[in-house]
Design a protein around this ligand. Structure first.
Ligand code: MEV
Length: 357
């Protein structure tokens, strides 16, 4: 409670959620135990089951980009948008140097401003404007504070250079320069199973999962649910590690709609040998230092359990859990349906509610 009181205003209590550990994860050749904070039945079991399937094909391979966030500075009332854009880009080095004076610690750790981009928006409900993007490497921090501080520090100089008026100075949650990609292959035979006396041959399961995935690629109504299944896994680890799950959610869905059409974050395909391969690509703005990750004692324990040494490693693990969760849902949906397993656990929850009540 003392810690909660330091975290937010008017704290009156602490709201508990179950913390579980998902097993069987092999990620980039390393065995990892996954702490997950989630209230929904079947999620931890589903992730563990799918990780076992992926393990049969060598586990998850994950890669990530640098931890680059985008800080936005909105400039209005610019006398000449094209000229002002030219001037800002001509002053890029000066502005980046100014940005790098904001957080010497982060810069000392190899982070800091990387590039400056200027977007010209000819028309909006309030007329034309410029949007300055400062690309900023936040290393092992989620980085919202560093980016926001830097944007605020740059604003007066941006006004001088452009002759305009700055309004917004804030990071973008569409962290499309901080991406993580993960893949796993599941041998068809690992997907063979029997339920209620019905045999589901592996090859057939592969085909059905690919068909289910196809709908999510072309239909936003299905894509939203498909992505929700991914976020069941992603959010559970994001929360367990004290990270900002609203930021990760916002980034995920904005990324899913980046072409102007909302689609699936992952895709499942059949390999030439008839096995199943799944790929997920999404932004992952998470940190292992600063913020709640540091002040929350359980988040500290979760990070220890994961054994991660960088934010990128954490991001890769989280994406692997998202892909596993997606596989667990699709396998069930494409075969026996999710209700049998789900309702069994749900009944357990209902019983508990009755006992407690
Ligand atoms: C339920 O929390 C998540 C699912 O709806 C995901 C999906 O449909 O892929 C089962």
């Amino acid at each position: 409670m003392r810690i909660a009181d330091h975290m937010i205003e008017n704290a009156v209590g602490v709201y508990g959620l179950p913390l579980g550990i998902a097993t069987n994860f092999l990620i980039n050749g390393r065995d990892v135990l996954i702490p997950m904070v989630i209230e929904e039945p079947s999620v931890v079991a589903g992730a563990s089951f799918a990780a076992k399937l992926a393990r049969a094909g060598g586990g998850f391979k994950a890669v990530s980009t640098a931890s680059e966030m985008i800080g936005q500075i909105q400039v209005l009332d610019v006398p000449n948008l094209h000229q002002a854009r030219f001037e800002l880009l001509a002053h890029a080095e000066e502005l980046l140097a100014l940005a790098n004076r904001c957080d010497p610690v982060l810069v000392g750790l190899g982070g800091g401003a990387r590039a400056l981009e200027v977007r010209l928006i000819e028309q909006s409900p309030v007329g034309g404007m410029l949007v300055v993007h400062v690309i900023y490497d936040t290393r092992d921090a989620m980085g919202a504070n560093a980016v926001n501080t830097m944007c605020e520090a740059l604003a007066p100089r941006v006004e001088e250079i452009t002759g305009g008026r700055v309004v917004l100075r804030i990071l973008s949650n569409l962290a499309d320069r901080r991406l993580v990609r993960v893949q796993c292959t599941v041998p068809a035979e690992a997907l063979t199973f029997t339920a209620d006396g019905h045999l589901y041959p592996g090859r057939q399961v592969v085909r059905r999962i690919v068909e289910a995935s196809a709908l999510a690629m072309v239909d936003p109504y299905r894509a939203a649910t498909h992505n929700k299944g991914i976020m069941n896994g992603v959010d559970a680890v994001v929360i367990a590690t004290g990270n900002d799950w609203r930021a990760v959610e916002a980034g995920a869905h904005a990324y899913a709609a980046r072409t102007g059409y909302y689609t699936a974050l992952s895709r499942w395909e059949e390999t030439p040998t008839g096995d199943l391969v799944g790929t997920l690509e999404m932004p992952m703005a998470v940190g292992i230092v600063g913020g709640t990750a540091r002040s929350h004692p359980t988040a500290q324990v979760a990070l220890k359990i994961l054994g991660v040494s960088s934010a990128r490693e954490l991001a890769e693990i989280i994406a692997a859990v998202g892909l596993a969760q997606n596989l667990a849902a699709l396998r069930a949906l494409a075969t026996e349906g999710i209700q049998r397993g789900h309702m069994r656990l749900h009944a357990r929850q209902q019983l508990l509610a009755k006992e407690e009540g």
